[in-house]
Every structure is written in C-alpha cells, then in structure tokens.
Design a protein around this ligand. Structure first.
Ligand code: HEC
Length: 107
C-alpha cells in the first residue's frame, strides 16, 4: 500500500517536473528547426523563399503579410486554411512556433 502510494507520488512528480521542463523550453522559438520543418512541410506550396510556389499562395516576403501575433498563426496552422491542411497532431505547438519564426525571416 505504501509502495503504491509512493509510486503514484513519484509519477505525479515526474509528470509535473517534465511539464515544467517543457514549458521552460517552449519559450524561445528555434528558427533552425523551423527551417527544417518548412522545407519538409511548407515549401512545396509556399516556395523555398516564401513567395509562393503557385498562384493563390500568400507572399510572406510582403511587409504587410504575417501582420498578426504568433498565436494567431499557430491557430491557422492548427485549423488549416483554404487549400492548406491542418497541422494539428502532425506538428507540436513548439514546431509551429519554430516554423513561424522561420517564415518571419522571409520579410
Ligand atoms: C497545400 C499547400 C500548402 C501547404 C503544404 C502549406 N500551406 Fe500555408 N497556406 C496555403 C494557402 C493556399 C494559404 C492561404 C489560405 C487562405 O487564407 O485562403 C496559406 C496560408 C498560410 C498562412 C497564413 C498567411 C496569412 O498571412 O494569414 C500561414 C502562416 C501559412 N500558410 C504557413 C504555412 C506553414 C508554416 C506551412 C508548413 C507547416 C504551410 N503553410 C503549408 C497553402 C499551403
């Protein structure tokens, strides 16, 4: 009984502390990871330089594009938009923030 209790307590501690580590590392976006994700998932439509690989794509190099906060763009990636698929379940929120920081470098 005591052992089971301790095990549960230890597991709870592990869950809590890994959550803390995750949220601490979720602070800064990593544009290099973003570049890898971009070339894998995004450049076929948005083009290697973000100008759009085909008609109907937004041009990320225009100064007036991406004029919303990162969390709004995360929402766009989670839900998808028009022809763009949803990346929910495929990319983590951190991956989305990383790739957003990468597309902001196109401007
Ligand atoms: C199948 C083609 C396709 C792929 C793949 C794709 N997109 Fe898109 N994306 C689009 C289209 C089309 C739009 C414009 C949607 C609309 O509003 O009609 C768009 C819109 C966006 C927007 C919103 C732009 C704005 O100014 O509001 C962002 C941000 C974006 N894409 C990022 C990405 C990222 C990051 C990836 C890779 C993880 C990606 N897209 C993959 C086609 C694609």
């Amino acid at each position: 009984m005591m052992i089971a209790k301790n095990t549960i307590g230890l597991l709870a501690l592990l869950v809590v502390s890994s959550g803390l580590i995750f949220s601490a590392s979720a602070q800064a976006a990593d544009p290099r990871n973003g570049a890898i994700i971009y070339s894998k998932h995004c450049s076929s439509c948005h083009g290697p330089k973000g100008q759009g690989a085909m008609p109907g794509m937004p041009d990320f190099t225009r100064p007036q594009s991406l004029a919303v906060a990162d969390d709004k763009l995360v929402q766009v990636l989670e839900t998808g938009a028009g022809m763009m698929p949803s990346y929910r379940g495929l990319l983590t929120t951190q991956d989305m923030l990383d790739v957003i920081s990468h597309i902001r470098t196109f401007q």
